[in-house]
Design a binder for this molecule. Structure first.
Ligand SMILES: Cc1ncc(COP(=O)(O)O)c(C=O)c1O
Ligand SMILES: [Zn+2]
Length: 394
């Protein structure tokens, strides 16, 4: 049986090494992975998901192309995420289910713009990340991928793995919503139920086998590459917000949107980067606590089940973005989530409780009034009908 390392050696001809910098030239661009902590470079075809020296997450560094207009960098024959293939690695033969190109709906009375990420193929924004992650797995040539997830990322990984004909094993907490666990299984993935979200992350890595690639979204730098396209889409549709508010667990959407707007700024298409606000559930708010000090955990939020990561690997990066953009982080409790959810449903926005956290935060944050606010609606309510049915009694 050929090992993952042998597969990587076969691909190594695509790697060019210059000035001790390990860079990989894709069709148009040069990409490399960098540990910002100790300045160590890695090629993008590495199977490592963290720095082997300091154990911190890796970041993808891209040499941005030059153009007079952003649309010169887009592929107009594509409508979704791969419209931006010039700015994304592994785009030569991508694994796609039609992700990206989600609608932006203005709620005029409140001055807020909702980006309906639940229009994605598997019903959540995770498809953007999974599309790039699984394109990478296919490019490397692995037999299987492993992911740990509260549900949505697991569904996206399972669906894109199925499309790519790659086996998937997904570690989930046993209290993840049943419909989510069922969908992962129905896509042909092995579902491993764990006692907690934390145990899911630990076991996913510890039980990795030969020829398998760990694509855990909480660490994977390529996931963020998929997420950044949501910012490009806003820009291309002529909408540049003053403020972005996202739910944050591991921060892939938060960091991805920031990276997208930052790149647009660095390429000279945008003068100003929006202020970034993060939202967490009261029961699990590590970013909030790092920014504002400990809060009393009166009771955990059982509704914000998608944002329950105690120690997100990219916490420092998230805090840096909050500071740099003069943003902030809020917490919301279950009562506020229920109110927000009921409001959203009455407006025809059918989301899951985790997605409603941002709307709950927006409603109580006075400093967000009179600004152009972007709120991604991250996941469909249809997958959490078990939870929602208890809130809307017929
Ligand atoms: C619906 C929903 N919104 C937001 C998030 C948070 O995403 P991230 O881990 O990228 O911060 C999740 C994570 O699973 C989710 O399922
Ligand atoms: Zn390092």
């Amino acid at each position: 049986m050929i090992s993952l390392e042998e597969v990587l050696v076969k691909k190594i001809s695509k790697i060019s090494i210059k000035n001790q910098e390990v860079a990989c030239r894709d069709r148009h661009m040069t990409f490399r992975l960098l540990c910002k902590e100790c300045n160590k470079n890695y090629p993008i075809n590495t199977s490592q998901w963290k720095c082997d020296s300091c154990r911190r997450p890796l970041n993808l560094v891209t040499e941005l192309p030059r153009a007079d207009r952003f649309d010169q960098l887009t592929d107009k024959s594509e409508r979704g995420l791969w419209r931006y293939k010039r700015l994304i690695p592994f785009s030569e033969d991508p694994v796609t289910l039609g992700e990206g190109n989600t609608p932006i709906v203005e709620m005029k009375s409140e001055g807020v713009f909702l980006k309906l990420e639940y229009f994605s193929p598997t019903g959540s924004f995770k498809d953007r990340g999974a599309a790039v992650s699984l394109s990478r797995a296919k490019w490397i040539g692995v037999k299987g991928i492993v992911e740990d997830s509260s549900g949505n990322a697991g569904i996206a990984a399972a669906a894109y793995a199925a499309k790519a004909n790659i086996r998937a094993r997904i570690y989930v907490p046993k209290d993840a919503p049943l419909p989510k666990r069922l969908i992962i299984h129905a896509c042909g993935a092995d579902v491993v139920e764990c006692d907690s979200r934390k145990e899911a992350s630990t076991r996913a890595v510890n039980e990795l086998k030969e020829n398998e690639l760990y694509v855990g979204h909480t660490w994977d730098p390529f996931y963020i590459e998929g997420m950044k396209t949501a910012a490009y889409e806003c820009f291309e549709s002529g909408f540049v917000p003053d403020v972005v508010v996202t739910p944050v667990a591991s921060g892939t959407l938060f960091l991805g949107l920031y990276k997208g707007f930052l790149e647009l700024n660095e390429m000279g298409f945008l003068d100003k980067i929006p202020a970034f606000y993060a939202v967490q559930g009261e029961g699990c708010a590590p970013v909030y606590e790092a920014a504002h000090g400990p809060i009393q955990r009166i009771k955990g939020s059982s509704l914000a089940d998608g944002i329950r990561i105690d120690d997100p690997p990219r916490k420092d990066e998230i805090l840096k973005v909050l500071r740099k953009t003069s943003g902030d982080v809020f917490t919301v409790n279950d009562d506020e989530i229920i109110d927000a959810l009921k409001d959203l449903y009455k407006k025809g926005i059918i989301v899951e409780p985790t997605s409603a956290t941002v709307y709950a935060a927006f409603k109580k944050a006075n400093d967000l009034k009179n600004k152009r606010v972007l709120i991604p609606m991250t996941g469909t309510g249809i997958k959490t009908v078990d939870k929602i049915s208890k809130l809307f009694i017929l």
